[in-house]
Design a protein around this ligand. Structure first.
Ligand code: PHE
Length: 342
């Protein structure tokens, strides 16, 4: 083969190769181009190398540098094209202009907190102040002063979380009634939100730690009418105008005692699975403060009367936001929090 014939073949290969590389639009078609051009077995360039011995010895040097130059050019072109294809596919992966913009995730208040704040606002308007008390209590504040008999089952280790002899996690917020009456003279109107603890299993409607809100109003001449009127007003403010009813109940620290129901907020009284077909939902316990409780706290039970109530904001949050299982409130799942308060 003459040098000019060889030159011709090298130029054709360079042109064909450039076209082939240019036309490759995917990593696999580029790989095919590489094999057909440079592949050791049947690539066109190695084939040309095999032609070298057929040239005159004096022309070998020039022919060699020609073919090496084309080899370098093709390798560089393949590398360039690989980079272009890479960049194109990764930019496709990273920028999807049809995707919705990302929203910012801000913190939000827990539904139980929202309910507590709303209840506080309603009672604050009625002249109630917030009073807090310790979560670790003595037996006297938690039970004795509240007129629980010494053999009441609530005093049992089985029901109450004792921290030591005579000290326990309070089982309700009612000890705050006693602490308040010891400290302040009537008229007293307080609202006391806080945590309470019971040895309950953690199931769909019980948690061993739960929020409670206690209310207490004491003065001369306070009657059950005040209790009914205030709690009915509260229910209408909180749920929107709604039916309420009071049922007789029992608590050691109130006499008479009652439980208040509101019309089921889901079926509006016609009966559904959430209200077990009754059309009503219990929201709180209440009653006239027992004279022994007033006396235990150092107030004159002949002169003063008053009423108290206690309710569970988790239960109210479940009614309001239609939450079927109390454990959802403790899961810290932000997707749920967003549904309620986002
Ligand atoms: N302490 C009661 C409970 O935990 C609730 C309650 C408070 C009832 C005040 C009446 C008066 O169930």
């Amino acid at each position: 083969m003459t040098l000019s014939e060889f030159q011709q073949l090298v130029t054709t290969l360079a042109d064909d190769g450039a076209k082939l590389i240019d036309q490759a639009t995917t990593a696999s078609s580029l790989e095919e181009a590489r094999t057909s051009l440079l592949g050791r077995k049947s690539g066109r360039l190695p084939d040309l190398f095999k032609q070298l011995p057929s040239l005159a010895p004096g022309e070998l040097r020039e022919a060699g540098s020609l073919i090496n130059a084309v080899k370098a050019k093709l390798e560089a072109a393949l590398e360039d094209r690989r980079r272009q294809l890479d960049a194109a596919s990764s930019s496709k992966r990273n920028v999807d202009l049809t995707m919705p913009a990302r929203r910012q995730w801000l913190g939000s208040k827990h539904p139980v907190t929202l309910v507590i704040e709303e209840i506080e606002d309603i009672f604050r308007e009625l002249g109630f102040t917030i009073a807090l008390g310790p979560e670790a209590e003595t037996e006297w504040y938690n039970f004795t002063a509240l007129n629980f008999p010494a053999d009441h089952p609530a005093l049992d280790l089985h029901d109450t979380l004792y921290l030591g002899e005579n000290v326990m996690l309070r089982t309700h917020t009612s000890p705050v009634q006693i602490r308040t009456m010891q400290k302040f003279k009537p008229p007293i109107r307080i609202l006391s939100p806080g945590n309470a603890y019971r040895r309950d299993f953690f199931d769909a409607s019980h948690a061993p730690m739960f929020a409670q809100i206690e209310g207490l109003a004491i003065d001369e001449g306070v009657s059950f009418v005040d209790l009914k009127a205030t709690l009915t007003h509260f229910a209408n403010r909180f749920f929107g105008t709604t039916k309420t009813r009071f049922r007789p109940s029992y608590f050691p620290f109130t006499e008479p005692s009652a439980e208040m129901d509101v019309e089921c907020q889901l079926c509006h009284g016609s009966g559904c699975p959430s209200c077990k077909g009754t059309g009503w939902m219990e929201i709180l316990g209440a009653g006239m403060v027992h004279p022994s409780v007033l006396n235990a706290a150092g107030l004159d039970g002949d002169r003063y009367t008053g009423w108290a109530f206690g309710m569970g904001p988790a239960r109210i949050a479940m009614l309001r936001y239609d939450i079927p299982d109390i454990r959802i409130l403790y899961d810290s799942d932000v997707r749920f929090l967003y549904q309620v308060s986002g």
